[in-house]
Design a binder for this molecule. Sequence first.
Ligand SMILES: *[C@@H]1O[C@H](CO)[C@@H](O)[C@H](O)[C@H]1NC(C)=O
Ligand SMILES: *[C@@H]1O[C@H](CO)[C@@H](O)[C@H](O)[C@H]1NC(C)=O
Ligand SMILES: *[C@@H]1O[C@H](CO)[C@@H](O)[C@H](O)[C@H]1NC(C)=O
Ligand SMILES: *[C@@H]1O[C@H](CO)[C@@H](O)[C@H](O)[C@H]1NC(C)=O
Length: 569
Amino acid sequence: MVLPGLLEIAVLLSLVISGCLGRDVLRKSSRDTAPSGFTFTGPAALDTPLTLKIALTQGNPSGLEDALYDVSTPSSSNYGRHLTKAEAAAYVSPTSETMSAITSWIRLNGLNATTMTPAGDWISIQTTAAQANTLFGANYNVYVHESTGKQVLRTLEYSIPEELTSHVTVVHPTIMFPKFSALSPVFSTQPKQRTQPRADAVVDPVGASCNSTVTPACLRSLYGIPITPATESHNKLGVTGYFYNWADRADLQNFLIEYRPDMSSSTTYSLETLDGGSDPQDIDEASSEADLDIEYTVGIATDVPVIFISVGESNNDGDLDGSLDTIIYLLNQDSPPQVITTSYGDWETDVDEGMAANLCNAYAQLGARGVSLMFASGDGGVSGIQPISCTTFVPEFPSGCPYITSVGGTIGTNPESGVSFSAGGFSNYWARPFYQSTVVPEYLDYLGSTYSGLYNASGRGFPDVAAQARNFEIVTGGITELASGTSCASPTFASIISLLNDELIAAGKPPLGFLNPWLYSTAAFALTDITSGNNPGCNTTGFSATAGWDPVTGLGTPVFSKLKTAAGL
Ligand SMILES: *[C@@H]1O[C@H](CO)[C@@H](O)[C@H](O)[C@H]1NC(C)=O
Ligand SMILES: *[C@@H]1O[C@H](CO)[C@@H](O)[C@H](O)[C@H]1NC(C)=O
Ligand SMILES: *[C@@H]1O[C@H](CO)[C@@H](O)[C@H](O)[C@H]1NC(C)=O
Ligand SMILES: *[C@@H]1O[C@H](CO)[C@@H](O)[C@H](O)[C@H]1NC(C)=O
């Protein structure tokens, strides 16, 4: 589980300086130094080309939230009446006042702006370092990332011009430095040599539990997942890939031969790329993260068309740019996949709040259009995406965003238990959403004063749900390995939602779309409550799973037949 891009922001100061006569304010953002790992090499040559992405203030984000909840809440008369691309975009389109301010500024400065999103809330301008310095009171320098040798242009401070202060929320790249993925995608893998097909792969006797290792067969028996092939070719399941994590078609074929001998072993994924993303098939390039994500979607969501969305780094510095470019790519599609699973993320503290809010609102647009977004909750327990040393709990991004479904992890069977690395907690950026208004206070009552001050009791709690997350048998680089991490859980849960969507679409009904209001109400009975396990981190034993929602396993793990009932099937 890692981040597509999240920008490291260490010390981010936002100063507000009153302008003359109090009419305008100059909004200045700065950081003291480059983060460790970057070396300053000198000012950028003045003619260095620089593409700046500018987020304009969105017109009516709370209207978007209302519209999202209206079409996603089963008790609403508009449940399932998803918005079109244009309807969703209209809520976040900048106001005419913002558009005229930005248009005059562009004209005054002789710039060419390109609109990046259907809402027009992101534009890009092609400049040079010299011009960007002038436009934004910046000082672009060249920094070298020591361990990769990559060069980036960044400034330690910039100001939004006075006439734009209330119209621009983020300019990028400026003071946020990329991370270049020092983190390993899957929590852990270990070799597991096995060459013979499993005798129980399809027969799936009662003994094939997920107790020691996890296979498609045991997930089928544990969660009641059908093997009946899906029929709807328009129902799509998207799997994102970042940081040179590429899936391998030969590994997938060997996986299907071994674990799904009832399926055609030539079943494969289709490819979409952006930012120069690719799909190299040299076996040495196979990534356990991407192979896991592909094998446990193609191999669980039988015959649902799976799309691998491979995000390169040609138009971005890796990191958060990858998330931003992915969401812009999806927002621009007329028919994005109805379900998308992502096994990458970041620490919430490391994502600029303005950028985080913008990405979260983009997820809301997709949700309002009927897309279910699943993200792995992270592998660091209460320390977030990965284990780190910490003195207060660190929420994960984007799990703190209330418009996505965050998937935590379990182990064992009979009963399942929360797995120790399952990230969970409470956001510092987003308040508790309406759909958590009963269950989260119940958990907080149970918690009492334990950990008081280490987490934000008013924040959005995560994860929402959970699934098995340890010792998944995968084929990668030609060998069988065991993979662990919430990266196992998100594709599993996403596959189940895709199979439900297949049946809904076949019945002429809308897909499930944004899941949480449904999961926390009508579908709550369709999840097995997990009541044991805890997620240590930050020198504590972490939160404990208990009856009801908890910040280790959320509402629990799926029961397919009951989810069908909850979906009206
Ligand atoms: C803007 O685009 C036009 C047409 O492509 C071009 O002639 C002009 O030089 C561009 N201006 C700038 C400032 O890049
Ligand atoms: C699962 O494994 C544990 C330890 O390996 C064992 O104690 C337990 O009985 C097993 N449970 C089942 C249902 O097989
Ligand atoms: C706690 O979360 C709320 C949003 O729910 C936020 O406004 C507040 O700033 C957060 N507190 C801290 C200390 O981050
Ligand atoms: C961790 O907690 C123990 C016991 O509360 C304490 O003695 C120790 O100093 C703590 N370690 C750190 C790094 O905070």
